[in-house]
Design a binder for this molecule. Structure first.
Ligand code: AMP
Length: 532
């Protein structure tokens, strides 16, 4: 099934870029945009001025239109302000996960050839050397309460405003790559605007809304989906630096809507304050970034009377599909294509379109589609069909009523607590360790994280699990570090010599529920020693 789209999404807009759209959509700049957990409050006007101050600061430091501004800092309104400074200045925003280690950051700075890098003051000394080796000349600091060298210098004369249009790149968001190397997805002003405007309408956001925003802002979900939907509806954000069930429950009375990853919902379900009374006034709960288990959807409905609206998106495309606001929100599905977006399901090997209810590769086309991978035309070409559809790497089908069901990930991506983990990156580090013959990293079901990272290593003598995890912690962001490491004598392989990850998932899928790893490992060793 595919939706027919009109030729353009922006034919009625006078605005030519995101900055103009901000002003067009918010005639009352005295309205409150954000109430923060540190007690600060930002009007649309104050935030707009902050963005301009940051634009001037970056320009006077040497940043020019088209330059990349990398940032790895804790969440604050200034973080979002830097994105809007880039929007206003024609710079390219490059947010980095706060969990990335110095060696991971070094790759991003070098690959993107960042001109400026904004870091938290605590990591300045560690990151100065990283920036220097990546030839990134400008390093500024920003803490989560609006302090740091980025804001210290008083504003100087305003630099010229660039003439920007919808095709200009506003941000590069890095996605992890299956080969262990991340790719930078280039997102234009038009990509972000078309998506945000579609979501405002679809999810019926208005100036009356107050969105509970507890998501990180280095990822498309918190940075674009949540913030832009509010900004282009003239609503408010209850801006929380971190998610905690206690904090969210304490704020709930002030909110009208919440966006979260599935882990938020499983955590809220463990909170005794989550009741029908506490959520009666809410108009909308939205979930995305990873599959929301049907049982979580059901449990949330039973506790609160709210059917969580699940939607589907990705870094390269922003949002693609959503359950309906008005109609049935079907558990285990991500609903229908957004307006102006086409979704089709194809045979992964031939690219031929399949019939409804047949499982295949999900492909997307629309104004949301990114402008390609940064300096990687080959990878961009590989992921695009000749007729312009993007090959998502997600497998799925349309059910009998046209709801899109995601059935798996072609590329073995693991999503743990809303974060993407690509096995290859961890496998490469494990394989280089003494005593490890080879490794396979898989995602297994976990009640809290959705999926948890588990490593299975082939070795002659069992490796020390705790010591190996400790070693990995030094090299990898915490969310990528396996929660368990199982030792086997050899990995199961198919006739083509490929490691059978499906067999590993089958054997260790219940590791967090029925754990006797030693016994499991012995059993699987016996099973696979018996195989050819
Ligand atoms: P990211 O680029 O980090 O946003 O991750 C995108 C990937 O997350 C998609 O390609 C899907 O595999 C997955 N994803 C996002 N939303 C959902 C959802 N509602 N259900 C299942 N998987 C999802």
């Amino acid at each position: 099934m595919s939706n027919k789209s009109p030729p353009t999404w922006n034919h009625q807009l006078a605005a030519r870029n995101l900055a103009e759209l901000y002003l067009d959509r918010n005639s009352d700049l005295s309205a409150t945009l954000a109430v923060c957990d540190d007690g600060r409050r930002f009007t649309y006007q104050a935030f707009w001025e902050l963005a301009d101050r940051l634009r001037c600061r970056l320009w006077h430091a040497g940043v020019r239109p088209g330059h990349r501004v990398a940032m790895q800092v804790d969440k604050s309104m200034e973080t979002l302000g830097v994105f809007w400074a880039c929007v206003r200045g024609g710079f390219v925003f490059l947010p980095l996960n706060t969990a990335y280690t110095a060696s991971e950051v070094s790759y991003f700075l070098g690959d993107a050839e960042a001109t400026a890098f904004i870091v938290s003051p605590q990591r300045l000394s560690e990151m100065l050397a990283v920036a220097e080796s990546a030839n990134c000349q400008i390093v500024l600091t920003l803490d989560d309460e609006g302090g740091g060298s980025l804001l210290e210098t008083p504003p100087r004369e305003a630099p010229p405003s660039p003439d920007l249009n919808w095709d200009d790149i506003a941000a590069i968001l890095y996605t992890s790559g299956t080969t262990g190397r991340s790719k930078g997805a280039m997102l234009s002003h038009g990509n972000l605007a078309s998506n945000a405007l579609a979501l405002v309408d679809l999810w019926r956001f208005t100036a009356e809304d107050r969105l509970l925003h507890a998501l990180p802002v280095y990822h498309t979900h918190g940075l674009f989906t949540a913030s832009n939907t509010v900004i282009f509806s003239g609503g408010q954000m209850l801006f929380r630096r971190k998610f905690s069930a206690d904090d969210v429950m304490a704020q709930m009375a002030e909110a009208t809507a919440m966006m979260g990853v599935p882990t938020f919902y499983t955590r809220l379900l463990q909170h005794e304050g989550l009741t029908q009374d506490a959520t009666r006034h809410m108009r909308l709960f939205i979930s995305g970034s990873a599959p929301l288990l049907a049982e979580t959807h059901k449990a949330f409905f039973e506790r609160t009377g709210h059917a969580v609206l699940e939607r589907y998106g990705m870094t390269e495309t922003s949002m693609n599909a959503s359950n309906p606001y008005g109609g049935e929100r079907r558990a285990g599905t991500v609903g229908f294509a957004l307006p102006h977006i086409d979704i089709r399901v194809t045979d992964p090997s031939t690219g031929q379109q399949l019939n409804d209810r047949e499982d295949g590769m999900i492909e997307i086309k629309g104004p949301n589609l990114f402008k390609g991978y940064w300096r990687n035309p080959q990878k961009t070409a590989e992921d695009l069909r000749a007729d312009g559809y993007f090959i998502t790497g997600d497998l799925g089908r349309f059910d009998a009523d046209g709801y899109l069901v995601i059935s798996g990930r072609a590329k073995d991506l693991i999503i743990t607590g809303g974060f993407n983990v690509y096995p290859k990156e961890i496998e490469e580090i494990l394989d280089a360790m003494a005593g490890v013959i080879e490794s396979a990293v898989i995602g297994v079901t976990h009640s809290d994280f959705g999926e948890a990272v588990v490593a299975v290593v082939a070795c002659d003598a069992d490796i020390d699990e705790a010591a190996t995890i400790a070693e990995l912690r030094k090299q990898l962001a915490a969310f990528k570090v396996p929660k368990r490491i199982v030792s086997l004598r050899e990995l199961p392989r198919n006739a083509m010599g490929k490691v059978q990850k499906a067999a590993l998932r089958k054997n260790f899928g219940q590791i967090f529920y029925s754990l006797t790893p030693g016994v499991n490992a012995q059993e699987i060793n016996q099973v696979h020693q018996g195989q050819e």
